[in-house]
Design a protein around this ligand. Structure first.
Ligand code: BGP
Length: 467
């Protein structure tokens, strides 16, 4: 039996992509409420009716039904995020919103009722909009104080219910999506590298501070960083391509390295020097950064290639990061290249680098699904393509465990259909559970079990033996 007996099988979502109820029970606006078109499209001044996230899949009102379905699949863990703007609607006020706090109390209780551990992302692309507009998000050092107040509040409230915490979703994505990831209001094109990396510094300090506070307030808690992983292969064996890949990989490894080693790596100091970037460290920052994480978590959807040859640098479509397409790989309907072996590779890579337990907290296939009535008269989706994708990836997780990598768990992304982060569409579906809701705003919001629902239930009940 390869998978450890306490392996944490489950699924993942984020508040802003499923909850809806964007202005209910005192919730303030978040950056997501003014981005109806995902990462590519323009922002709106006010929440616009075509923003699918305003209703999402109505998880806010239907979470009991959904958690019950997760329990039916046998989830040991459920990853979701807390919407910061439900707890502190503006972000900089003194008193939290009791109704927002109560919602997550109820949600976590519902999970625990079925023996499901909540795995909570503290900040998943949903900065309170007021903090973004007034302070320019993480460029401003005061964000550390607002975040500290928020984490103290939720640790105090949920410390007895939640053991696993992630400080920032895909923290490295701020380099590519400063607004959605870091609440930075300045247009990406006008943002200086200095401000961008100063924002990164503030997030890194905030993350280490949250880890320190978590350990003080909740001795049993396990805190992880969360990295958007995208293994990068050299396009050719040319040493120039290899060095190019080493350098571009450093730009992402920087985040994990600080979280695990507790200090800035030499290659980054060189990058700052050569790009005239001067990071302001406040007294005490170096000490705070020494509060390192208990585990390393990451999302994995695809690998990419890189090359030093400008003539070959045609960018492919990608999940926030571009990258050069790999001629050996097929792609999803959204152009994301499918590379199960890359998951074994990245698990080994991180484990060699960090020697920390690893948690795969996102992986999955976004596809167009067709709801049909099957021979038994049930409404379902025959998503063999999704089963195949997940199976191939899980077989590589098994390989990595055989390699000696310590893997804590696996939460596939979008275990129930939800709104896509990059495109804000509902037609890009990841779930084991189909949600009857469409991009024109129609649909009953009914839930239906897909074929993959039964498959994943069997994977979990046999602890991976059926793979
Ligand atoms: C990650 C995000 C998620 C999620 C996922 C799939 O980058 O952490 O929020 O959405 O990607 O991406 P998409 O929804 O764009 O298909």
């Amino acid at each position: 039996m390869t998978f450890p007996k306490d392996f944490l099988w489950g699924g993942a979502v984020a508040a802003n992509q499923c909850e809806g109820a964007y202005d209910e029970d005192g919730k303030g606006l978040s950056t997501q409420d003014v981005t109806p078109h995902g990462i590519a499209g323009p922002r709106t001044a006010e929440p616009a009716p075509d923003n699918m996230k305003l209703v999402g899949i109505d998880f806010y009102h239907r979470y009991k039904e959904d958690v019950k379905l997760f329990a039916e699949m046998g989830f040991k863990v459920f990853r979701t995020s807390i919407a910061w703007s439900r707890i502190f609607p503006q972000g900089d006020e003194d008193t939290p919103n009791e109704k927002g706090l109560r919602f997550y109390d109820d949600l976590f209780d519902e999970c625990l009722k079925y023996g499901m551990e909540p795995l909570v992302t503290i900040s998943h692309y949903e900065t309170p909009l007021h903090l973004s507009r007034t302070y320019n998000g993480w460029v401003n050092r005061r964000m550390i104080d607002f975040y500290e107040k928020y984490v103290r509040t939720i640790f105090d409230r949920y410390g007895k219910k939640v053991k696993y915490w992630l400080t920032f979703n895909e923290i490295n994505s701020v380099l590519h999506e400063p607004f959605l990831s870091g609440g930075i209001y300045t247009d990406k094109e006008k943002l200086s590298k200095n401000d961008l990396y100063q924002a990164v510094h503030h997030e890194l300090v905030a993350s280490a501070l949250a880890t320190k506070i978590a350990h003080e307030m909740m001795p049993e808690a396990k805190v992880g960083c969360m990295i958007l992983s995208m293994p990068t292969y050299p396009l050719t064996p040319s040493p120039d391509d290899v060095i190019k890949v080493m350098e571009s990989t450093h730009m992402n490894d920087f985040f994990g390295d600080v979280h695990v080693r507790g200090r800035y790596p030499g290659y980054m100091k060189r990058y700052f020097r050569e790009n005239n970037i001067e990071i302001q460290f406040a007294p005490g920052d170096e000490e705070i950064l020494k509060n390192t994480v208990d585990f390393v978590s990451f999302s994995y959807y695809m690998s990419i290639c890189d090359t030093a040859d400008p003539a070959k640098r045609k960018e492919g479509k990608g999940n926030l990061l571009g990258g050069v397409p790999n001629p050996y790989l097929d792609a999803s309907q959204w152009g994301w290249q499918i590379d199960p072996k890359g998951l074994r590779y990245v698990l080994n890579y991180y484990y060699d680098r960090y020697q920390k337990p690893l948690f795969i907290v996102e992986n999955g296939l976004g596809a167009v699904d067709e709801l049909i009535r099957n021979a038994d008269g049930e409404m379902t989706v025959e998503d063999g393509y999704r089963i195949d994708y997940l199976k191939q990836h899980l077989l590589q997780v098994e390989e990595a465990i055989e390699d000696g990598v310590e893997v804590m768990g696996y939460t596939s992304w979008g275990c129930i259909d939800l709104v896509s982060a990059s495109t804000a569409e509902l037609k890009k579906r990841y779930g084991y559970i189909y949600v009857d809701r469409y991009d024109d705003g129609t649909g009953t919001l009914e839930r239906y079990r897909k074929k993959s629902f039964y498959w994943y239930r069997d994977v979990i009940s046999t602890n991976g033996a059926v793979l």
